[in-house]
Design a protein around this ligand. Structure first.
Ligand SMILES: [Zn+2]
Length: 226
């Protein structure tokens, strides 16, 4: 049963990332009539929110866009930094959404930042324990994996409000600033950001399925011992 659930969540993840790249490719060809670049929109949004300590950078690679709260850097892939497409503006505004969350001490973002260290640790442990541990010491590996996947699941759960909120802010700001016009431009931008949101839902569901799998193994183990 769990195997089926895990396969289904994997398929959802594959579908979501395919949807992101196909929507992104399609709508990075649709130029926004405002003629603004991703970098210009990002600067405008930061200015409007009185955020002076965040710098905007371009980076090589496709969809490497992110906001780095520890260094207060807003990183846009070259295509989005220089691009004038509805996709570029959507992504740039979404990353600004995270900078605004950081400025406003938005609680889920604070939780997520606090959980990064332990989640990275769990992510390092999982493949090692999952392979060598399950082979040689399953009794010890199962509780370790249950805890590690539990940590990853909580992290992915906290990521959901952070991502949905950043996208909601992006949509509002893009319309308010006139960077994207209502109608076809807005709908296209919306499709890009909604597909990206789906990848986070898929990541959460797959972490949940993995956690449930090891939690049930652990329960079975306890029952055998009794
Ligand atoms: Zn985001």
């Amino acid at each position: 049963m769990f195997l089926l659930v895990i396969i289904l969540t994997m398929l959802l993840s594959i579908y979501a990332s395919w949807k992101v790249s196909s929507n992104y490719r399609k709508y990075s060809q649709v130029r926004a009539s405002s003629g603004m670049t991703g970098a210009e929109v990002a600067q405008r949004i930061l200015d409007l929110n009185n955020i002076r300590d965040v710098s905007i950078h371009s980076a090589q690679g496709e969809l490497v866009d992110h906001y780095d709260p520890s260094n207060r850097r807003l990183v846009l892939s070259e295509a989005n930094y220089y691009g004038q497409s509805v996709a570029a503006l959507g992504v740039a505004a979404h990353e600004c959404g995270h900078a605004i969350q950081h400025q406003q001490l938005y609680a889920p973002l604070q939780w997520r930042m606090a959980a990064v260290g332990i989640t990275t640790m769990a992510g390092t442990i999982i493949p090692i324990v999952g392979f060598a541990g399950m082979l040689f010491m399953p009794k010890l590996a199962i509780p370790v994996l249950a805890v590690a996947f539990g940590i990853v699941m909580v992290f992915q759960l906290v990521t959901l409000p952070v991502e949905f909120d950043a996208t909601a802010r992006a949509k509002k700001i893009l319309l308010a600033t006139g960077a994207v016009t209502p109608g076809a431009e807005f709908d296209a931008m919306n499709k890009v950001l909604s597909a990206a949101a789906l990848t986070y839902v898929a990541a959460f569901l797959s972490a949940l399925a993995q956690f449930a799998h090891y939690a049930f193994l652990l329960l079975g183990q306890r029952r055998e011992e009794e």
